[in-house]
Design a protein around this ligand. Structure first.
Ligand SMILES: Nc1ncnc2c1ncn2[C@@H]1O[C@H](COP(=O)(O)OP(=O)(O)O)[C@@H](O)[C@H]1O
Ligand SMILES: [Mg+2]
Length: 496
């Protein structure tokens, strides 16, 4: 039987990396193929080639047995391929319905007047078993619904092969479940799908087969029923990984941070909670529910209202003052706030503390020896590879950049660490390492406020879990009570 899609020896070079190195894989009609690999493995690059967004340097493709060489997404769509991108590509001020017909040429068999389009869209939604409000503007829809619009748009264009690039990053567990049900029904009708993820549990739940890629190469393809979480993790990273952090119970001490009706526009409406020394308080929630505002307001990067006390005293409002009191911050976006990419590790290692001893020495000049000793302690203590203090931060992989940030923040021995998405975009090996260091710091008496959109991270690390929804805390659970289901309901604003 003809295969839905065949790739043979697809190769793509970028100036600094070989993103795809002779990748071959095939997709059968009627199956969900998961494509997994760590960040930077080359998954998105490969799928952009399939969707005609960029040409391969080498290699060949076939769709349903016919040679396929797309020059643009129009060729991909004509061949029956649809793609839901990691970052949505909808036109925000336009309505759902307008987005559906947008980009279709007048004269194309699908280009109809809006009323005919509405009928067609409604029929499709009935078949799919999901609804989106056709006359709502995209910008007014929550991300979960925007993703449905992307899917609907692909199916409106009669996609028989659907590619989804990390689709669950923006979904609650229940929304992800719905997406999986849809995918199973979609392939049961004889279509085919490629599902990209680095969340292995999801991969096991939805796929028929899994192709693992690492450093731009295919490591192997396995049938889902014949593999396991551990086996996939090993294939992905190339060695054994600990999927659960080793940690004992917390021994909370004095209150380090106390918030009462703490609010910050636009999204943080008012939260009250405490963080004690020696505990990790995890904030779970779908992104965009006020978490960014919370972290920025606490670290002096944004104005706040309400009460915030640090060790019993009012929290200062200036970032530098907050830092000087012994509060560390691992920012959500390490490129924008965590590192200066063109600075060396040695310079990045003291960022934010450059005006203080021991780095600021005689006559106010930076003390080169103190800086070097500190940077050495950082690269060694935090396993930064390569072990260079000279290279610019830009030259390190995402995981190693994040180790530099986390290491710098922990080496200051803070009383309170505010960690936002501390392992986003980081490979599994580095995640394991960062998690262990956070638990160690907790055990030495540091209070940690962990804000993460990654549920497994919160479940793994937190001693108490607070769920944020629309700018408020809607529930608190202990790790024992916190099943993904209960958390997911709270994350969707449904009280337990
Ligand atoms: N347009 C580009 N220019 C240069 N390098 C790129 C470009 N796109 C991706 N890369 C690099 O190619 C590698 C693979 O990236 P990507 O395909 O996005 O990985 P994944 O989706 O698996 O996380 C990474 O090292 C990335 O930095
Ligand atoms: Mg990607």
């Amino acid at each position: 039987m003809k295969k839905a899609l065949v790739l043979k020896d697809i190769t793509k070079r970028f100036p600094l990396v070989l993103a795809n190195d002779h990748i071959s894989l095939d997709l059968e009609w009627g199956e969900v193929l998961a494509l997994v690999g760590e960040n930077g493995a080359g998954k998105s690059t490969l799928m952009k080639i399939v969707y005609g967004l960029q040409p391969p340097d080498e290699g060949e493709m076939w769709v349903d047995g016919r040679p396929y060489r797309p020059r643009s997404p129009l060729d991909a769509i004509a061949a029956g391929i649809g793609m839901v991108h990691q970052h949505f590509m909808l036109v925000e001020p336009f309505t759902v319905l307008e987005n559906l017909v947008l980009g279709l040429e007048p004269g194309s068999p699908l280009y109809l007047d809006l009323e005919a389009a509405r009928k067609r869209a409604q029929r499709l939604m009935e078949e799919l078993g999901f609804q989106v409000p056709l006359d709502e503007r995209i910008e007014n829809l929550p991300v979960g619904l925007q993703q449905r619009v992307e899917i609907l748009k692909a199916l409106y264009r009669e996609a028989k092969i659907l590619i989804l690039d990390e689709p669950t990053a923006v979904l609650t567990p229940q929304e992800a479940e719905e997406l999986f049900r849809f995918l199973r029904a979609y392939v049961a009708q004889g279509n085919a799908a490629i599902f990209i993820s680095h969340k292995l549990k999801e991969v096991l739940a939805v796929s028929d087969r899994v192709t693992v890629i690492r450093d731009g190469k295919v490591v192997g393809t396995v049938r889902t029923p014949e593999t396991s979480l551990e086996a996939l993790a090993r294939m992905m990273v190339g060695r054994e990984v600990v999927l659960r952090v080793q940690k004992g119970p917390a021994r909370p001490g004095e209150v380090v941070l106390e918030l009462e009706n703490f609010a910050a526009p636009p999204r943080l409406k008012g939260v009250s909670f405490q963080v004690r020394a020696g505990e990790i308080v995890g904030i779970a929630g779908v992104e965009g529910n006020g978490q960014t505002e919370l972290v920025e307001a606490l670290t002096g990067l944004r104005r706040h209202q309400g009460v915030a006390r640090y060790l019993g005293k009012p929290l200062p409002t200036l970032a530098r003052a907050v830092r000087e009191l012994g509060i560390s911050h691992v920012p959500e976006d390490r490129h924008a706030r965590g590192l200066v990419l063109d600075f060396s590790v040695r310079e990045n290692a003291i960022l934010g503390d450059q005006h203080r001893p021991p780095f600021r020495g005689f006559l106010g000049f930076l003390d080169g020896d103190a800086m070097e000793a500190h940077a050495q302690a950082l690269v060694e203590g935090f396993d930064v590879r390569p072990r260079s203090t000279e290279l610019s931060a830009r030259r390190f992989s995402g995981g190693n950049q994040q180790k530099i940030v986390v290491g710098r923040e922990l080496l200051r021995k803070p009383r309170l660490l505010i960690a936002a998405q501390p392992t986003r975009g980081v490979d599994v090996g580095a995640i394991e390492f960062i998690h262990q260091r956070l638990v160690e710091a907790r055990d030495q008496g540091m209070g940690v406020l962990l804000v993460s959109a990654d549920l497994s991270e919160v479940l793994n690390l937190a001693d108490r879990i607070l769920v944020m929804y629309e700018g408020r805390i809607v529930g608190e659970l202990s790790p024992e009570e916190a099943t993904e289901e209960r958390l997911g309901l709270l994350m969707a604003g449904i009280p337990a």
